[in-house]
Design a protein around this ligand. Structure first.
Ligand code: GDP
Length: 430
Protein backbone atom coordinates (compact mmCIF):
# COMPACT_ATOMS: atom_id res chain seq x y z
CA UNK A 1 0.00 0.00 0.00
CA UNK A 2 2.75 2.56 0.61
CA UNK A 3 3.33 5.22 -2.01
CA UNK A 4 6.94 6.13 -2.61
CA UNK A 5 8.52 9.18 -4.23
CA UNK A 6 11.99 8.87 -5.70
CA UNK A 7 13.93 12.12 -6.12
CA UNK A 8 17.44 13.11 -7.08
CA UNK A 9 19.22 14.89 -4.21
CA UNK A 10 21.87 16.68 -6.27
CA UNK A 11 21.83 18.19 -9.76
CA UNK A 12 20.29 15.21 -11.55
CA UNK A 13 22.00 12.20 -13.14
CA UNK A 14 22.25 10.44 -9.77
CA UNK A 15 21.52 7.06 -11.32
CA UNK A 16 17.79 7.20 -10.59
CA UNK A 17 17.03 4.94 -13.54
CA UNK A 18 18.49 1.84 -11.91
CA UNK A 19 16.86 2.47 -8.50
CA UNK A 20 13.48 3.26 -10.06
CA UNK A 21 13.76 0.07 -12.09
CA UNK A 22 14.51 -1.92 -8.92
CA UNK A 23 11.60 -0.43 -6.99
CA UNK A 24 9.23 -0.80 -9.93
CA UNK A 25 9.14 -4.52 -9.16
CA UNK A 26 6.92 -3.71 -6.19
CA UNK A 27 4.90 -0.90 -7.79
CA UNK A 28 1.66 -1.37 -9.68
CA UNK A 29 1.74 2.21 -10.96
CA UNK A 30 4.68 4.43 -11.88
CA UNK A 31 3.99 8.13 -12.29
CA UNK A 32 6.04 10.94 -13.81
CA UNK A 33 5.03 14.29 -12.36
CA UNK A 34 7.31 16.93 -13.89
CA UNK A 35 9.89 17.64 -16.58
CA UNK A 36 9.81 16.53 -20.17
CA UNK A 37 11.92 14.53 -22.54
CA UNK A 38 15.07 16.06 -21.08
CA UNK A 39 15.19 13.23 -18.58
CA UNK A 40 17.20 10.28 -19.79
CA UNK A 41 17.39 6.87 -18.22
CA UNK A 42 19.53 4.16 -19.71
CA UNK A 43 18.59 0.61 -18.80
CA UNK A 44 20.10 -2.65 -19.88
CA UNK A 45 17.58 -5.48 -19.83
CA UNK A 46 18.64 -8.95 -20.96
CA UNK A 47 21.62 -7.46 -22.78
CA UNK A 48 19.50 -4.94 -24.68
CA UNK A 49 19.95 -1.22 -24.13
CA UNK A 50 16.91 0.99 -23.67
CA UNK A 51 16.98 4.76 -23.38
CA UNK A 52 13.87 6.45 -22.05
CA UNK A 53 13.30 10.17 -22.17
CA UNK A 54 9.62 10.42 -21.38
CA UNK A 55 7.92 7.09 -20.72
CA UNK A 56 8.77 5.59 -17.29
CA UNK A 57 11.02 2.56 -17.60
CA UNK A 58 8.30 0.67 -15.68
CA UNK A 59 6.74 0.10 -19.11
CA UNK A 60 9.14 -2.86 -19.48
CA UNK A 61 7.54 -4.60 -16.47
CA UNK A 62 4.42 -6.66 -17.17
CA UNK A 63 1.50 -5.59 -14.99
CA UNK A 64 2.83 -2.08 -14.29
CA UNK A 65 0.82 0.92 -15.39
CA UNK A 66 2.77 4.05 -16.34
CA UNK A 67 1.21 7.46 -15.99
CA UNK A 68 2.24 10.87 -17.29
CA UNK A 69 0.93 13.50 -14.88
CA UNK A 70 -0.30 17.03 -15.55
CA UNK A 71 2.99 18.49 -14.30
CA UNK A 72 4.91 17.00 -17.23
CA UNK A 73 5.42 18.78 -20.55
CA UNK A 74 4.84 16.30 -23.34
CA UNK A 75 6.34 16.34 -26.80
CA UNK A 76 3.85 14.13 -28.64
CA UNK A 77 6.34 13.40 -31.43
CA UNK A 78 8.84 11.98 -28.92
CA UNK A 79 6.14 10.21 -26.90
CA UNK A 80 4.69 8.44 -29.96
CA UNK A 81 8.18 7.63 -31.22
CA UNK A 82 9.03 5.97 -27.87
CA UNK A 83 5.75 4.00 -28.03
CA UNK A 84 6.47 2.83 -31.60
CA UNK A 85 10.00 1.85 -30.67
CA UNK A 86 8.74 -0.28 -27.76
CA UNK A 87 6.09 -1.91 -29.95
CA UNK A 88 8.69 -2.71 -32.62
CA UNK A 89 10.74 -4.48 -29.92
CA UNK A 90 7.79 -6.67 -29.01
CA UNK A 91 6.31 -4.80 -26.02
CA UNK A 92 2.57 -4.28 -25.76
CA UNK A 93 1.82 -0.58 -25.19
CA UNK A 94 -1.74 0.68 -24.84
CA UNK A 95 -4.32 2.04 -22.40
CA UNK A 96 -3.80 -0.96 -20.12
CA UNK A 97 -0.24 0.10 -19.30
CA UNK A 98 0.21 3.72 -20.40
CA UNK A 99 -1.93 6.78 -19.70
CA UNK A 100 -1.45 10.52 -20.01
CA UNK A 101 -3.30 13.31 -18.24
CA UNK A 102 -5.73 15.43 -20.24
CA UNK A 103 -4.14 18.41 -18.47
CA UNK A 104 -0.54 17.73 -19.48
CA UNK A 105 1.01 20.64 -21.37
CA UNK A 106 2.09 19.97 -24.95
CA UNK A 107 5.49 21.00 -26.32
CA UNK A 108 4.73 22.67 -29.65
CA UNK A 109 7.13 23.17 -32.58
CA UNK A 110 7.50 26.87 -31.76
CA UNK A 111 8.68 26.00 -28.24
CA UNK A 112 11.54 23.97 -29.67
CA UNK A 113 12.53 26.62 -32.21
CA UNK A 114 12.40 29.35 -29.56
CA UNK A 115 14.49 27.29 -27.15
CA UNK A 116 17.29 26.69 -29.66
CA UNK A 117 17.26 30.23 -31.08
CA UNK A 118 17.29 31.85 -27.64
CA UNK A 119 20.12 29.73 -26.33
CA UNK A 120 22.10 30.55 -29.50
CA UNK A 121 21.45 34.26 -29.02
CA UNK A 122 22.67 34.11 -25.42
CA UNK A 123 26.13 32.86 -26.42
CA UNK A 124 28.42 32.62 -23.41
CA UNK A 125 25.65 33.43 -20.89
CA UNK A 126 23.62 30.36 -21.78
CA UNK A 127 21.80 28.27 -19.18
CA UNK A 128 22.70 24.98 -20.86
CA UNK A 129 19.19 23.88 -21.82
CA UNK A 130 18.74 20.79 -23.96
CA UNK A 131 16.88 22.76 -26.66
CA UNK A 132 13.79 20.57 -26.53
CA UNK A 133 11.28 23.33 -25.91
CA UNK A 134 10.73 22.43 -22.27
CA UNK A 135 11.38 25.88 -20.75
CA UNK A 136 9.27 27.78 -23.30
CA UNK A 137 6.43 25.27 -22.82
CA UNK A 138 6.40 25.83 -19.05
CA UNK A 139 6.47 29.60 -19.67
CA UNK A 140 3.30 29.32 -21.73
CA UNK A 141 1.67 27.14 -19.07
CA UNK A 142 2.15 29.85 -16.45
CA UNK A 143 1.16 32.57 -18.93
CA UNK A 144 -2.09 30.61 -19.46
CA UNK A 145 -1.59 30.25 -23.19
CA UNK A 146 -0.41 26.64 -23.18
CA UNK A 147 -1.85 23.87 -25.34
CA UNK A 148 -2.89 20.89 -23.23
CA UNK A 149 -3.34 17.28 -24.33
CA UNK A 150 -7.12 17.75 -24.25
CA UNK A 151 -6.76 20.52 -26.87
CA UNK A 152 -5.20 18.06 -29.32
CA UNK A 153 -8.45 16.11 -29.21
CA UNK A 154 -10.58 19.11 -30.17
CA UNK A 155 -9.93 20.58 -33.64
CA UNK A 156 -11.90 23.79 -33.04
CA UNK A 157 -10.19 24.51 -29.74
CA UNK A 158 -6.73 23.85 -31.14
CA UNK A 159 -7.32 26.02 -34.20
CA UNK A 160 -8.63 28.91 -32.11
CA UNK A 161 -5.73 28.71 -29.68
CA UNK A 162 -3.11 28.55 -32.40
CA UNK A 163 -4.71 31.51 -34.21
CA UNK A 164 -4.30 33.51 -31.02
CA UNK A 165 -0.81 32.34 -30.07
CA UNK A 166 1.04 32.14 -33.38
CA UNK A 167 1.19 35.85 -34.31
CA UNK A 168 3.02 36.57 -31.05
CA UNK A 169 5.37 33.58 -31.37
CA UNK A 170 6.13 34.45 -34.99
CA UNK A 171 6.79 38.09 -34.18
CA UNK A 172 9.28 37.06 -31.51
CA UNK A 173 10.90 34.38 -33.67
CA UNK A 174 11.29 36.62 -36.73
CA UNK A 175 11.88 40.08 -35.30
CA UNK A 176 13.80 39.31 -32.14
CA UNK A 177 15.59 36.06 -32.89
CA UNK A 178 15.87 36.28 -36.70
CA UNK A 179 14.38 32.83 -37.15
CA UNK A 180 11.65 31.27 -39.32
CA UNK A 181 7.94 31.77 -38.51
CA UNK A 182 5.25 29.04 -38.54
CA UNK A 183 1.97 28.86 -40.46
CA UNK A 184 -1.13 27.66 -38.62
CA UNK A 185 -1.68 24.91 -41.21
CA UNK A 186 1.72 23.33 -40.82
CA UNK A 187 1.04 22.79 -37.11
CA UNK A 188 -2.72 22.14 -36.94
CA UNK A 189 -3.03 18.97 -39.02
CA UNK A 190 -0.06 16.99 -37.71
CA UNK A 191 -0.92 17.85 -34.09
CA UNK A 192 -4.55 16.80 -34.56
CA UNK A 193 -3.32 13.54 -36.06
CA UNK A 194 -1.05 12.95 -33.09
CA UNK A 195 -3.98 13.84 -30.81
CA UNK A 196 -5.96 11.09 -32.48
CA UNK A 197 -3.26 8.57 -31.72
CA UNK A 198 -3.09 9.75 -28.09
CA UNK A 199 -6.87 9.71 -27.59
CA UNK A 200 -7.17 6.18 -26.13
CA UNK A 201 -4.48 6.99 -23.55
CA UNK A 202 -5.92 10.27 -22.29
CA UNK A 203 -7.40 10.21 -18.80
CA UNK A 204 -7.83 12.17 -15.57
CA UNK A 205 -4.70 10.92 -13.78
CA UNK A 206 -5.79 12.24 -10.39
CA UNK A 207 -9.01 10.21 -10.50
CA UNK A 208 -7.13 7.13 -11.62
CA UNK A 209 -4.66 7.51 -8.73
CA UNK A 210 -7.44 7.87 -6.19
CA UNK A 211 -8.94 4.64 -7.43
CA UNK A 212 -5.57 2.87 -7.27
CA UNK A 213 -5.05 4.07 -3.69
CA UNK A 214 -8.49 2.80 -2.73
CA UNK A 215 -7.59 -0.58 -4.21
CA UNK A 216 -4.41 -0.63 -2.10
CA UNK A 217 -2.00 -0.60 -5.04
CA UNK A 218 1.62 0.50 -4.57
CA UNK A 219 2.45 3.70 -6.44
CA UNK A 220 5.91 4.96 -7.34
CA UNK A 221 6.36 8.64 -8.19
CA UNK A 222 9.42 9.17 -10.31
CA UNK A 223 11.07 12.59 -10.12
CA UNK A 224 13.21 13.67 -13.06
CA UNK A 225 16.32 15.88 -12.76
CA UNK A 226 17.23 16.68 -9.14
CA UNK A 227 16.52 18.80 -6.08
CA UNK A 228 19.03 21.54 -6.87
CA UNK A 229 17.55 21.97 -10.33
CA UNK A 230 14.15 22.79 -8.80
CA UNK A 231 12.75 26.03 -10.21
CA UNK A 232 11.99 27.37 -6.71
CA UNK A 233 14.59 25.78 -4.47
CA UNK A 234 17.47 25.05 -6.85
CA UNK A 235 20.49 27.13 -7.82
CA UNK A 236 18.41 29.62 -9.77
CA UNK A 237 18.72 30.50 -12.66
CA UNK A 238 20.77 27.37 -13.45
CA UNK A 239 17.72 25.20 -12.90
CA UNK A 240 15.01 23.35 -14.74
CA UNK A 241 11.52 24.82 -15.30
CA UNK A 242 9.59 22.56 -12.95
CA UNK A 243 9.55 21.22 -9.36
CA UNK A 244 11.45 17.92 -9.12
CA UNK A 245 11.20 17.96 -5.29
CA UNK A 246 8.79 15.54 -3.65
CA UNK A 247 6.10 18.20 -3.21
CA UNK A 248 5.99 18.42 -7.01
CA UNK A 249 4.45 14.94 -7.03
CA UNK A 250 1.33 16.39 -5.39
CA UNK A 251 0.76 19.23 -7.83
CA UNK A 252 2.16 17.36 -10.83
CA UNK A 253 -0.02 14.27 -10.49
CA UNK A 254 -3.04 15.46 -8.52
CA UNK A 255 -2.54 13.71 -5.18
CA UNK A 256 -2.63 15.02 -1.60
CA UNK A 257 0.55 15.21 0.54
CA UNK A 258 -0.91 12.75 3.05
CA UNK A 259 -0.83 10.04 0.39
CA UNK A 260 2.95 10.13 0.05
CA UNK A 261 4.42 7.72 2.58
CA UNK A 262 8.14 7.47 1.81
CA UNK A 263 10.56 9.76 0.01
CA UNK A 264 13.75 8.11 -1.19
CA UNK A 265 16.59 10.46 -2.10
CA UNK A 266 19.04 9.18 -4.69
CA UNK A 267 22.59 10.21 -3.78
CA UNK A 268 25.49 9.68 -6.15
CA UNK A 269 28.59 8.92 -4.05
CA UNK A 270 30.17 12.06 -5.53
CA UNK A 271 28.69 15.17 -7.19
CA UNK A 272 28.15 16.04 -10.85
CA UNK A 273 26.68 18.97 -12.75
CA UNK A 274 25.92 19.63 -16.38
CA UNK A 275 26.07 23.15 -17.76
CA UNK A 276 26.81 26.38 -15.91
CA UNK A 277 26.42 27.46 -12.29
CA UNK A 278 28.57 27.41 -9.14
CA UNK A 279 29.74 24.03 -7.89
CA UNK A 280 31.68 24.29 -4.59
CA UNK A 281 33.19 20.78 -4.54
CA UNK A 282 34.14 20.62 -8.23
CA UNK A 283 37.46 18.87 -8.90
CA UNK A 284 39.38 20.24 -11.85
CA UNK A 285 42.28 17.88 -11.21
CA UNK A 286 43.01 14.17 -11.68
CA UNK A 287 40.27 13.30 -9.15
CA UNK A 288 37.76 14.96 -11.52
CA UNK A 289 39.18 12.95 -14.43
CA UNK A 290 38.94 9.73 -12.41
CA UNK A 291 35.25 10.42 -11.63
CA UNK A 292 34.42 11.25 -15.26
CA UNK A 293 36.22 8.16 -16.58
CA UNK A 294 35.25 5.58 -13.98
CA UNK A 295 31.73 6.95 -13.60
CA UNK A 296 31.24 7.41 -17.38
CA UNK A 297 29.96 10.90 -16.68
CA UNK A 298 28.56 11.90 -20.04
CA UNK A 299 24.89 12.87 -20.44
CA UNK A 300 22.67 10.09 -21.81
CA UNK A 301 20.51 12.67 -23.60
CA UNK A 302 23.13 15.18 -24.75
CA UNK A 303 26.45 13.33 -24.57
CA UNK A 304 27.97 16.32 -22.74
CA UNK A 305 30.85 15.70 -20.32
CA UNK A 306 29.65 16.34 -16.78
CA UNK A 307 31.53 18.43 -14.24
CA UNK A 308 32.57 16.23 -11.30
CA UNK A 309 33.53 16.75 -7.66
CA UNK A 310 33.45 15.32 -4.13
CA UNK A 311 30.27 14.55 -2.24
CA UNK A 312 28.71 17.67 -0.73
CA UNK A 313 26.82 17.07 2.52
CA UNK A 314 25.48 20.65 2.53
CA UNK A 315 23.74 19.91 -0.77
CA UNK A 316 22.38 16.66 0.66
CA UNK A 317 21.09 18.17 3.90
CA UNK A 318 19.19 20.78 1.85
CA UNK A 319 17.69 17.91 -0.15
CA UNK A 320 16.74 16.06 3.06
CA UNK A 321 14.87 19.13 4.29
CA UNK A 322 13.24 20.19 1.00
CA UNK A 323 11.96 16.70 0.19
CA UNK A 324 11.34 15.35 3.68
CA UNK A 325 13.58 12.41 2.80
CA UNK A 326 12.85 9.20 4.70
CA UNK A 327 15.67 7.15 3.16
CA UNK A 328 18.74 7.38 0.95
CA UNK A 329 19.86 5.27 -1.99
CA UNK A 330 23.59 5.66 -2.61
CA UNK A 331 24.67 4.99 -6.18
CA UNK A 332 28.00 4.56 -7.96
CA UNK A 333 29.88 3.84 -4.76
CA UNK A 334 32.25 1.65 -6.82
CA UNK A 335 33.44 4.75 -8.70
CA UNK A 336 35.23 5.96 -5.54
CA UNK A 337 37.31 2.77 -5.36
CA UNK A 338 41.08 3.48 -5.42
CA UNK A 339 40.75 7.17 -4.55
CA UNK A 340 42.74 7.86 -1.38
CA UNK A 341 41.85 9.75 0.71
CA UNK A 342 38.14 10.26 -0.01
CA UNK A 343 36.68 13.61 0.91
CA UNK A 344 33.25 14.88 1.95
CA UNK A 345 32.32 18.53 2.13
CA UNK A 346 30.76 19.00 5.58
CA UNK A 347 30.13 22.76 5.50
CA UNK A 348 31.03 25.91 3.55
CA UNK A 349 33.38 28.67 4.56
CA UNK A 350 32.49 32.25 3.71
CA UNK A 351 34.58 35.18 4.97
CA UNK A 352 36.19 32.99 7.61
CA UNK A 353 32.84 31.76 8.95
CA UNK A 354 31.35 28.29 8.53
CA UNK A 355 27.80 27.80 7.29
CA UNK A 356 25.88 24.56 6.83
CA UNK A 357 23.03 25.71 4.59
CA UNK A 358 23.12 26.79 0.96
CA UNK A 359 22.76 30.52 0.33
CA UNK A 360 19.81 31.80 -1.69
CA UNK A 361 21.78 33.46 -4.46
CA UNK A 362 24.33 32.36 -7.00
CA UNK A 363 26.56 35.26 -6.06
CA UNK A 364 26.80 34.06 -2.45
CA UNK A 365 27.22 30.42 -3.48
CA UNK A 366 30.16 31.44 -5.65
CA UNK A 367 31.89 32.75 -2.53
CA UNK A 368 31.43 29.48 -0.62
CA UNK A 369 34.56 27.39 -0.17
CA UNK A 370 34.13 23.74 0.77
CA UNK A 371 35.29 22.55 4.20
CA UNK A 372 36.40 18.99 3.56
CA UNK A 373 36.68 16.08 5.91
CA UNK A 374 39.14 13.42 4.75
CA UNK A 375 38.69 9.71 5.27
CA UNK A 376 40.78 6.71 4.26
CA UNK A 377 39.76 5.31 0.88
CA UNK A 378 39.66 1.66 -0.24
CA UNK A 379 41.22 -0.25 -3.11
CA UNK A 380 39.19 -3.49 -2.97
CA UNK A 381 36.74 -4.16 -5.81
CA UNK A 382 33.33 -3.73 -4.13
CA UNK A 383 31.13 -4.68 -7.07
CA UNK A 384 30.62 -8.18 -5.73
CA UNK A 385 29.29 -6.98 -2.36
CA UNK A 386 25.69 -8.02 -1.68
CA UNK A 387 25.55 -7.38 2.07
CA UNK A 388 26.82 -4.48 4.12
CA UNK A 389 29.35 -6.82 5.78
CA UNK A 390 30.89 -7.58 2.36
CA UNK A 391 32.12 -3.98 2.10
CA UNK A 392 35.59 -3.00 3.36
CA UNK A 393 35.63 -1.20 6.72
CA UNK A 394 36.71 2.06 5.05
CA UNK A 395 33.70 1.95 2.71
CA UNK A 396 31.34 1.32 5.62
CA UNK A 397 32.88 4.21 7.54
CA UNK A 398 32.30 6.47 4.58
CA UNK A 399 28.63 5.43 4.40
CA UNK A 400 28.20 5.84 8.15
CA UNK A 401 29.57 9.36 7.95
CA UNK A 402 27.17 10.23 5.09
CA UNK A 403 24.24 9.02 7.19
CA UNK A 404 25.42 11.07 10.18
CA UNK A 405 25.88 14.22 8.13
CA UNK A 406 22.57 13.98 6.24
CA UNK A 407 20.64 12.55 9.21
CA UNK A 408 18.69 10.15 7.00
CA UNK A 409 19.19 6.34 6.94
CA UNK A 410 20.74 4.66 3.92
CA UNK A 411 18.35 2.04 2.54
CA UNK A 412 19.91 1.02 -0.75
CA UNK A 413 23.56 0.89 -1.88
CA UNK A 414 24.45 0.50 -5.54
CA UNK A 415 27.94 -0.88 -6.24
CA UNK A 416 27.72 -1.29 -10.01
CA UNK A 417 25.44 -0.62 -12.98
CA UNK A 418 23.84 -4.09 -12.99
CA UNK A 419 20.62 -4.78 -11.18
CA UNK A 420 22.31 -7.47 -9.06
CA UNK A 421 25.10 -5.11 -7.99
CA UNK A 422 22.97 -3.75 -5.18
CA UNK A 423 22.76 -4.00 -1.41
CA UNK A 424 19.19 -3.52 -0.18
CA UNK A 425 19.05 -2.74 3.53
CA UNK A 426 15.43 -1.70 3.60
CA UNK A 427 12.93 -1.74 0.73
CA UNK A 428 10.57 1.24 1.13
CA UNK A 429 7.67 -0.76 -0.28
CA UNK A 430 7.94 -3.59 2.25
P1 GDP B 1 19.78 8.85 -14.16
O1 GDP B 1 19.17 9.62 -15.26
O2 GDP B 1 19.56 9.50 -12.83
O3 GDP B 1 19.41 7.39 -14.17
O4 GDP B 1 21.35 8.91 -14.29
P2 GDP B 1 22.35 8.70 -15.54
O5 GDP B 1 21.75 9.03 -16.83
O6 GDP B 1 23.59 9.39 -15.14
O7 GDP B 1 22.55 7.16 -15.54
C1 GDP B 1 23.30 6.57 -14.62
C2 GDP B 1 24.36 5.68 -15.30
O8 GDP B 1 25.15 5.13 -14.29
C3 GDP B 1 23.80 4.54 -16.10
O9 GDP B 1 24.63 4.26 -17.20
C4 GDP B 1 23.84 3.39 -15.10
O10 GDP B 1 23.99 2.13 -15.73
C5 GDP B 1 25.06 3.72 -14.30
N1 GDP B 1 24.98 3.30 -12.90
C6 GDP B 1 23.90 3.30 -12.06
N2 GDP B 1 24.25 2.88 -10.84
C7 GDP B 1 25.58 2.60 -10.90
C8 GDP B 1 26.55 2.13 -9.95
O11 GDP B 1 26.24 1.88 -8.79
N3 GDP B 1 27.83 2.02 -10.37
C9 GDP B 1 28.21 2.30 -11.64
N4 GDP B 1 29.49 2.16 -11.96
N5 GDP B 1 27.34 2.73 -12.57
C10 GDP B 1 26.04 2.87 -12.20
Amino acid sequence: MPNVVVVGTQWGDEGKGKIVDLLTDQARLVVRYQGGNNAGHTLVVAGEKYIFHLIPSGILHAGTQCLIGNGVVLDPEVFLWEIDKLISRGYAVGPENLRVSERTQVIMPYHKRLDVARERAKGAGKIGTTGRGIGPCYEDKVARRGIRVADLLDADALKAKLAEILPEKNFFLEKFLGDQPFTLEEILQPYLEMGNRLRPLVVNVSVLLEQAIREGKNILFEGAQGTHLDIDHGTYPFVTSSNPIAGGACTGAGIGPGQLHHVVGIVKAYTTRVGGGPFPTECLDEVGDHLVECGVEFGSTTGRRRRCGWLDAVVLREAARLNGLTGLAITKLDVLTSLNPVRICVAYEVDGKARDTMPGTIKELELCRPIFEEMPGWTEDIRGARRLEDLPAATRNYLKRVEELVRVPIQIISVGPDREETIILQNPFT
